[in-house]
Design a protein around this ligand. Structure first.
Ligand SMILES: Cc1cc2nc3c(=O)[nH]c(=O)nc-3n(C[C@H](O)[C@H](O)[C@H](O)COP(=O)(O)OP(=O)(O)OC[C@H]3O[C@@H](n4cnc5c(N)ncnc54)[C@H](O)[C@@H]3O)c2cc1C
Length: 284
């Protein structure tokens, strides 16, 4: 079993990975080979020690070269759920992968997410974040898909192969996914509702009866990603050693709170890597 799984490939996740590598631990980093848009989109970085006036693109290239030198690969899969099991963690991805590790470090960054009323209440009872994992459950059924990014359209295509009817609540433009069973809606719902399971999506002017709702966002709120994770104002609560309230689960970077800066994220990633190493020695 892996010593650690790092969720997120921004500077916090990379820093944690470099630290674990130096400490000779086995691990995987989940995210993107392009690391993070918060690196590539930075016009000019002036406040990082030792690197004056570097563009985000160049910063990204340097980090990618450093990862290559250290023989660290990024696993290009999106983590859809982290499960605290007995003395280990299960990590499921939207691509259908499942991995296990002794510890996890959450370095998911921060994105302002407004959850739809009823979303967490009906999670696993008709609400899903993973088209690949749960799409087959909705063969010949009617579903709503709330999607916030064009990059996730492949998941809608996947669902259209199963569902009889899809109400695509598209929060992005342009919509390019096509299918006779897809109807596009341009309004945010007020809530997802039902008795024991999802039964309908409620808008200001109408209600749509559905069997399930898929919510496809680039980011998943930390408390949704790992059930029972303590957060404060949407940020993951940690101790000084980056330990969260869940044993064996650590966190670093923007997702733990302000200031949202590379230096703070890198420092916390480094601490989390060392804390995981200490935790593994104490819990052999
Ligand atoms: C335009 C811009 C310019 C900036 N300029 C500066 C600057 O000059 N100086 C400075 O100090 N800071 C700057 N920042 C802030 C800085 O970018 C952030 O503080 C830093 O990137 C935080 O790093 P992180 O690793 O915590 O998170 P992020 O960089 O947000 O990385 C998180 C990564 O995890 C991935 N991820 C999230 N959830 C999952 C999941 N479930 N499965 C797999 N992967 C997942 C995300 O896709 C992302 O790639 C800037 C930010 C922006 C947007």
């Amino acid at each position: 079993m892996l010593d650690c799984i790092i969720v997120g490939s921004g500077v916090a996740g990379v820093s944690a990975g470099l630290t674990l590598k130096a400490n000779n631990k086995s691990f995987m980093i989940f995210g993107s080979k392009n690391l993070s848009e918060k690196i590539t989109k930075a016009e000019l970085i002036k406040n990082y020690v030792g690197l004056s006036d570097i563009t985000g693109q160049d910063f990204c290239k340097q980090i990618q070269a450093q990862l290559k030198d250290a023989d660290i690969q990024i696993q290009e899969e999106k983590v859809s759920g982290v499960y605290a099991l007995k003395e280990k963690f299960g990590v499921a991805t939207q691509e259908g992968g499942y991995y296990e590790s002794k510890t996890v470090i959450l370095c998911t960054g921060v994105e302002s997410i407004k959850l739809v009323d009823g979303e967490t209440q009906f999670l696993g009872k008709g609400v899903s974040y993973c088209a690949t994992c749960d799409g087959f459950l909705y063969k010949d059924k009617t579903i709503a898909v709330l999607c916030t990014s064009k990059r996730l359209e492949h998941e809608i295509e996947h669902l259209s192969g199963f569902a009889k009817k899809i109400y695509l609540i598209a929060m992005y433009k342009p919509v390019e996914v096509q299918g006779e069973n897809i109807e596009i809606i341009r309004k945010m719902p007020i809530k997802i509702d039902g008795e024991k399971r999802v039964e309908k999506v409620v808008f200001a002017d109408r209600e749509l009866p559905v069997d399930g709702v898929f919510v496809l966002r680039e980011s998943i709120a930390p408390s949704v990603l790992l059930s029972g994770l303590e957060t404060v104002d949407g940020h993951i609560k940690t101790e000084r050693n980056m330990q969260t309230n869940i044993q064996g689960c650590f966190s670093a970077g923007d997702c733990t709170g302000r200031p949202y800066q590379y230096a703070k994220a890198v420092g916390e990633g480094n601490i989390a890597g060392h804390s995981v190493t200490a935790y593994l020695s104490e819990n052999k």
